[in-house]
Design a protein around this ligand. Structure first.
Ligand SMILES: Nc1ncnc2c1ncn2[C@@H]1O[C@H](COP(=O)(O)OP(=O)(O)OP(=O)(O)O)[C@@H](O)[C@H]1O
Ligand SMILES: [Mg+2]
Length: 322
């Protein structure tokens, strides 16, 4: 592998060569005779001056290249999850080339972020479309088939001998249960309420079902006008509410949960899900995809997700979209 040398080192090495060559050229030009003590002193003076000039040169070079090194350090420290936090060192502004480097790097990061958001949204939309399709198929095809079975069983139960009545009743019960489970699954995949009635009724329905299924007391309060929200925003808010509630049910051991939605009418919205359960340390939470998925969804819409929790103090998830 080729050894790589720093830019400052290379400039200094070239300077040393040039200076040494100059020293000998100058002494030759002045026809210094190094055998003569007096002339040797003049040569020494010349050499010292040149070495001093070289040292000053090195010190200045180091200062000049300092901003470049600090820029590199900051570039290396960029958090890929939050490239927007990149901030070029202020001294980079004072050197034209380094300033240009920093500026073009910022522009590159911006372009990557815009592209990442665009493709992220496309993925979210594709995922939602696919869920819609599967939910519709489950509802239309499988549910129709189960209904047909139920009707046949119904007809059969009239003509069947008495001793089979119990069995037929049991099969009917199982079929009904399968239909219920199927509809719950379809609703989770894509709540039709979101398409038919909008965000607030969809979350309201979700919260009421949560209470029925888990026995945890759940309240929902919506303020402001949520009609101005785009489809992407509504889907993200709904999915974050869904995941936060599922975490409350699975991990919190809470007795109460409060869901709040505040829309300001101009597309900004804040969702909060607050429970009184056992809480956790967000920095140490690992393993699942729920928390990171919520944060990623928020970021794709230029929003942010805040998780406030500590062991024994409940948990609060807040999503803000601008
Ligand atoms: N409301 C909460 N109360 C207590 N602990 C929580 C709460 N929400 C999350 N946690 C903790 O944070 C961890 C990570 O949550 P996350 O949603 O990312 O993953 P998960 O729910 O375990 O799995 P997944 O969501 O991928 O099915 C959980 O395992 C749990 O320990
Ligand atoms: Mg989860």
């Amino acid at each position: 592998m080729r050894r790589r040398e720093s830019l400052a080192g290379q400039v200094v090495a070239i300077n040393v060569l040039l200076v040494v060559a100059t020293l000998f050229a100058a002494s030759a030009a002045a026809s210094l005779d190094l055998e003569v003590t007096d002339e040797r002193a003049r040569f020494g003076l010349l050499a010292i001056t040149i070495v001093l000039a070289l040292l000053v040169n090195m010190a200045m070079l180091r200062r000049r290249f300092g901003p470049l090194e600090r820029l590199i350090e900051r570039v290396e420290a960029i958090d890929p999850a939050d490239p927007q936090a990149f901030d070029p060192p202020p001294e980079a502004r004072s050197v034209e080339e380094i300033d240009r480097l920093a500026t073009s790097f910022c522009q590159l990061l911006d372009r990557i972020e815009v592209e990442r958001r665009r493709s992220g949204r496309l993925v979210l939309r594709a995922q939602e479309e696919e869920r819609k399709r599967v939910a519709r198929d489950l509802h239309d095809e499988v549910n129709q088939a189960l209904t047909a079975i139920l009707l046949r069983l119904e007809a059969l139960s009239h003509d069947a001998p008495e001793r089979l009545a119990g069995d037929i009743g049991e099969v009917k019960g199982l079929t009904n249960q399968a239909m219920d489970e199927l509809l719950t699954l379809a609703r989770q995949l894509r709540p039709t309420a979101l398409d038919d009635h909008g965000l607030v009724p969809a979350i309201d329905g979700q919260v009421r079902r949560f209470e029925e299924q888990t026995g945890i007391r759940a309240g929902f309060e919506a303020r402001g006008d949520a009609f101005g929200l785009g489809e992407d925003q509504q889907v993200v808010v709904f999915r974050v509410a869904q995941e936060a509630l599922s975490n409350v049910a699975r991990h919190s051991g809470a007795t109460r949960v409060a869901v709040g939605l505040r829309a300001s009418g101009n597309g900004a919205v804040e969702l909060s899900v607050r429970d009184d359960g056992r809480g956790f340390a967000p920095a140490e939470a690992s393993g699942g995809l729920g928390l990171s998925g919520m944060a990623e969804r928020a970021r794709l819409l230029s929003g942010d997700l805040e998780i406030e929790s500590a062991p024994g103090e409940g948990a609060a998830v807040t999503l803000r979209l601008r």
